[in-house]
Design a protein around this ligand. Structure first.
Ligand code: ATP
Ligand code: MG
Length: 258
């Protein structure tokens, strides 16, 4: 769903992005995402999907135009405020970016530790989520000896465990089979039902067709945000978030999502 106004989670106005002195890889991008919306981000390889996501998770600054996140104009937001904003965003990187000296458990636990969640709760939630993504027997294993698809699932678990306000996932099912891809999509849909705004960059047209969420399409640096669309009726993921985020954090999130 695209909206106008200041209550949107993400808003781009005439944003352009060039790397260094190169050509603009994104041109005049304007769109807004409503709280609780779910979008697929589509486009050919090299169209700029990862670049657009990098702008949204504040790893890049636009070369021109205005970006606002959670109602904050990023051009006037101080560096001091950035870590707090970033903590509201969960990211699944295209190249996973797991910490290789830590186990799968400790990678996924990281956002909860940063948020000051008690260690016994962390254990319960992390094991539950890793079990849900099919990694029950890999909890204590380091990423270097996990397969690509297993690493991808650890990266997804890390991105969603703390129930971010905004989840940005870059080709999050590129390394798993169709059945697991659908399971992971249901996990994102469950998170979305709890109020998280979601953007998923993907090449998987089958998933996009089956789930039917609105599409943002990049073509040669231009964005087609389409027309506002209905939210698809996705299946819940066995209540894994309800369980994984019980207590004050869950209450806080459901209150602000209401
Ligand atoms: N760090 C960088 N420095 C210079 N150019 C870059 C950099 N990252 C990406 N680009 C260029 O920006 C354009 C968009 O790249 P981007 O990675 O955003 O595409 P993408 O849609 O995510 O592609 P894919 O589907 O293959 O992941 C490409 O032309 C790419 O060469
Ligand atoms: Mg990419």
């Amino acid at each position: 769903m695209t909206i106008e106004g200041s209550d949107c989670v993400v808003r781009f106005e005439s944003v352009g992005l060039r790397y260094g002195l190169g050509p603009e890889v994104l041109q005049d991008i304007s769109f807004a995402l409503a709280p609780g919306s779910f979008h697929f981000l589509l486009g050919a390889s090299g169209a700029g999907k990862s670049t657009l996501l990098r702008l949204m998770y504040l790893a890049l600054k636009p070369s021109r135009g205005l970006i606002s996140l959670f109602g904050h104009n990023m051009a006037t937001t101080s560096r001091r405020q950035l870590p707090a904003l970033r903590r509201r965003i969960g990211v699944v990187f295209q190249d996973f970016r797991l910490l290789h000296h830590l186990s799968a458990f400790d990678n996924v636990a990281l956002p909860l530790r940063v948020a000051g969640v008690r260690e016994n709760e962390i254990r319960k939630h992390v094991v539950e989520l890793l079990t849900w993504v099919g990694l029950k027997d890999h909890v204590n294993i380091r990423p270097t000896i996990l397969s690509g698809g297993q690493q991808q699932r650890v990266a997804i678990a890390r991105a969603v465990i703390a129930r971010p306000k905004l989840l940005l996932a870059d080709e999050p099912t590129g390394n798993v089979d169709d059945r697991m891809a659908m399971r992971l999509m249901h996990l994102f849909e469950e998170l979305n039902k709890l109020g998280t705004t979601i953007v998923i960059a993907t090449h998987n047209e089958t998933l996009v067709r089956r789930l039917g969420h609105p599409r943002l399409r990049l073509d040669a640096g231009w964005l087609d945000a389409g027309t506002p669309d209905q939210q698809a009726a996705g299946k819940p993921a066995a209540g894994v978030f309800a369980a994984a985020t019980s207590g004050s954090r869950a209450k806080q999130s459901s209150e602000s999502a209401a």
